[in-house]
Design a protein around this ligand. Structure first.
Ligand SMILES: NC(=O)C1=CN([C@@H]2O[C@H](COP(=O)(O)OP(=O)(O)OC[C@H]3O[C@@H](n4cnc5c(N)ncnc54)[C@H](O)[C@@H]3O)[C@@H](O)[C@H]2O)C=CC1
Ligand SMILES: CCCCC/C=C\C=C\C(=O)C/C=C\C/C=C\CCCC(=O)O
Length: 223
């Protein structure tokens, strides 16, 4: 993307507000609905040509009934975007580096009885972020990877109870809806993450109850 201006955000509500490109949307669509991996990567290469340096992948699906599709969109789609960004604008390939923002969820860090597969896919998105955003990777490709993980956001995703398990538990979601974040708050935080050169490999949670928090992961024993 040129001059730090995003080519496009995912989602019908905002897609008209930016220039015409919708790279991540096209990538996820193609990875989900059409073509081989080779074709998807070829499309991505063409789309990422010429000075792209910021990519935000917001496309996502919560549906425990179509759980394979959920993994395909959330985890495989994010993986294709991450890998293609590295290949296309990584410094190791003569590119200028840049930044990739993946959208996770607090469900990527908590037990989620009503959407376990969605939760697993978002745990995976966090793993991608931390691995590709590690100092060793950054030294190689010069691309910052960060993950913004929202709690409930007031979007169409939260209205489709048929997508959840035990949907009878959601008899009255109006109180919860009042506590959901406005999408604009999430968008503002995405922009901040693209701008802050000090953030890399980070998972940032945003919620109505606690605001914006960087997640601290415990050090793990390797043996
Ligand atoms: N709404 C919420 O409470 C939360 C949402 N999120 C995440 O935020 C992101 C945005 O979700 P929402 O706007 O809430 O949901 P949404 O359902 O309103 O929007 C999701 C968007 O993803 C696109 N999409 C889905 N499958 C696709 C595919 N195969 N190819 C291309 N595009 C596809 C849809 O067209 C839609 O525009 C997702 O990654 C979601 O997992 C994270 C935490 C909370
Ligand atoms: C009727 C209200 C529920 C709407 C939920 C819809 C979308 C959620 C998207 C997320 O990414 C999850 C956000 C926050 C909660 C995460 C985990 C809490 C435990 C979930 C569970 O009960 O299974």
């Amino acid at each position: 993307m040129q001059d730090k201006k995003p080519l496009g955000f995912i989602g019908k509500s905002v897609s008209g507000s930016w220039d015409s490109g919708t790279i991540a949307w096209n990538l996820c669509s193609r990875s989900t609905f059409g073509g081989s991996d080779e074709e998807v990567f070829k499309f991505a290469k063409d789309a990422f040509r010429s000075n792209v340096s910021i990519v935000v992948n917001c496309a996502g699906l919560l549906n425990e009934q179509t759980w394979k599709l959920c993994i395909q969109v959330n985890l495989i789609g994010s993986t294709i975007i991450a890998r293609t960004a590295i290949e296309q604008f990584g410094k190791h390939n003569g590119g200028a580096g840049g930044c990739v923002i993946l959208i996770g969820s607090v469900a990527g860090m908590s037990a989620a009885p009503h959407w376990p597969v969605y939760s697993a896919s978002k745990h995976g998105v966090i793993g991608l972020t931390r691995g590709f955003g590690s100092p060793r990777q950054f030294k190689h490709h010069g691309i910052r990877f960060n993950c913004l993980s929202p709690a409930y956001v007031d979007t169409p995703m939260t209205k489709n109870k048929d997508a959840f398990l035990f949907k009878e538990d959601f008899t009255d979601s109006r109180e919860l809806a009042k506590l959901a974040l406005p999408p604009a708050d999430v968008a503002a935080q995405i922009v901040k993450l693209t701008e802050d050169e000090n953030q890399n490999g980070d998972v940032v949670v945003i919620s109505t109850s606690r605001g914006v928090e960087k997640v601290e992961f415990p050090p793990m024993p390797l043996y």
